[in-house]
Every structure is written in structure tokens, then in C-alpha cells.
Write a protein that binds this ligand. Structure first.
Ligand SMILES: Cc1cc2nc3c(=O)[nH]c(=O)nc-3n(C[C@H](O)[C@H](O)[C@H](O)COP(=O)(O)O)c2cc1C
Length: 191
């Protein structure tokens, strides 16, 4: 069982980082092999809409996204963690999601079947935002669910916390961290 965590915040040790770390600890406690990718440390070019992927089934841009494609293919579980910025996932996360257009092309244009049809893959979304407004997480949820659909990943739910702004504010809510740990455990244990 391989669990891939993808961190979209520019802040190391920030709120989504702390929640993601707990979720990954939870998954590891079930014996899962865990790996976390920090998008902010990588060089990912925005999708150029060159349409090369529509013919080749892969992206022609040779950057760190090539490593992420491999990790996404190998993962049994994927945890997407991103704070809300201007009502959406961070730019770092959206860059990665847009580059999954190559995987969209494989699936819907070239009709290449998913690598694993016998094993269900699952995905979790973790987010925080500063505000406490209705629908704060809705745009991001829609985006992340559409990513999971393209990747043939079953949506396993979300863990979202409004009213978190200062770096590390979530640490004052041990219950939230515990929820993240348990969500990671459930994700890795759910077969
Ligand atoms: C550029 C930017 C835009 C933001 N936009 C929103 C927003 O639209 N809604 C909101 O509730 N919080 C917004 N925030 C606040 C962050 O979501 C909040 O500080 C969060 O706790 C950051 O999480 P992190 O510590 O994981 O980076 C924004 C922060 C930044 C830097």
C-alpha cells in the first residue's frame, strides 16, 4: 500500500502541512509506505496547451512533473493538501493539476485504460482557510474531485477547517490533528 501526500502550501510547517503530516503518520501506522511531495520545492511549468499529449499520451515538458506522473501512477492512495487562496487551491497545486491534462488525454482522447483496473485507488482532500464563510471549500472541492475522476481515484472524503490563518494555528486544535491521523489510518486500512 503506497500513500502519496501532495503538499500545496508555500508555508513549510503551516496548517495544511501539519494536517498532512498527521494523515501520513496515520497511514504509516497501518504499515503503508508513505511519501510526501512538497510542490513548492519543485519546478513545474504551467500547462502550455500545446496539445502534444493528445497524440503522445504524455506531457512533452521535461520538468519535475515527470516525477509526479510516476508517483501518481504508483500510488494506491493520494492525499491532496492545500490551503484556500482566493477561493481555490494554491497556484502550486493548480499547476500540478493542470499538468494532469496529459492523463486526461490518455483517458478520454487516446482511451488508454487505467494501469490498475483490479484495485480501487482512493483519495483524500485536506484544506484550511482563514475565513468562516459558506461554501469556502466548494470551488477547491470541485477541482480536486475532478482531478481524482481523471486519475480513476475514488473520492474518500475531505478534512477541511475554516478559521485557520496564522502559521501553525491548527496545532491549537489537537482534535483536528487527531482527525487527520485517523483519516490517514482509515485511508490506508480501507480495502
Ligand atoms: C494569497 C493568499 C490568498 C488567500 N485567500 C484566502 C481565501 O480566499 N479564503 C480564505 O479563507 N483564506 C485565504 N487565505 C488564507 C489561508 O488560507 C490561510 O492563511 C491558511 O491557514 C494557510 O494555510 P497553510 O498554513 O497551510 O499555508 C489566503 C492566503 C494567501 C496567502
Amino acid at each position: 500500500m503506497k500513500v502519496l501526500g501532495i503538499a500545496g502550501s508555500p508555508r513549510r510547517g503551516g496548517n495544511t502541512d501539519l494536517l498532512l503530516a498527521e494523515a501520513m503518520k496515520g497511514a504509516a501506522s497501518c504499515g503503508a509506505e508513505v511519501k510526501t511531495i512538497i510542490l513548492n520545492d519543485l519546478k513545474i511549468t504551467p500547462c502550455q496547451h500545446c496539445d502534444a499529449c493528445l497524440k503522445a499520451g504524455r506531457c512533452r515538458i521535461d520538468d519535475d512533473m515527470q516525477m509526479i506522473y510516476r508517483e501518481l501512477e504508483e500510488a494506491d492512495r493520494v492525499v491532496i493538501a492545500s490551503p484556500i487562496q482566493f477561493m481555490s487551491p494554491t497556484a502550486q497545486m493548480k499547476l500540478m493539476i493542470d499538468r494532469c491534462q496529459a492523463l486526461w488525454a490518455r483517458k478520454y482522447v487516446l482511451k488508454i485504460p487505467p494501469l490498475r483496473t483490479n484495485q480501487e485507488r482512493k483519495g483524500l482532500f485536506i484544506s484550511v482557510g482563514a475565513l468562516r464563510i459558506a461554501n469556502l471549500f466548494e470551488p477547491a472541492l470541485t477541482i480536486v474531485k475532478s482531478l481524482f475522476k481523471v486519475l480513476d481515484i475514488t473520492y474518500a472524503g475531505e478534512l477541511v477547517f475554516p478559521g485557520m490563518d496564522k502559521k501553525g494555528a491548527i496545532a491549537k486544535y489537537p482534535e483536528a490533528l487527531k482527525q487527520a491521523f485517523l483519516a490517514g489510518q482509515k485511508l490506508a486500512a480501507d480495502h
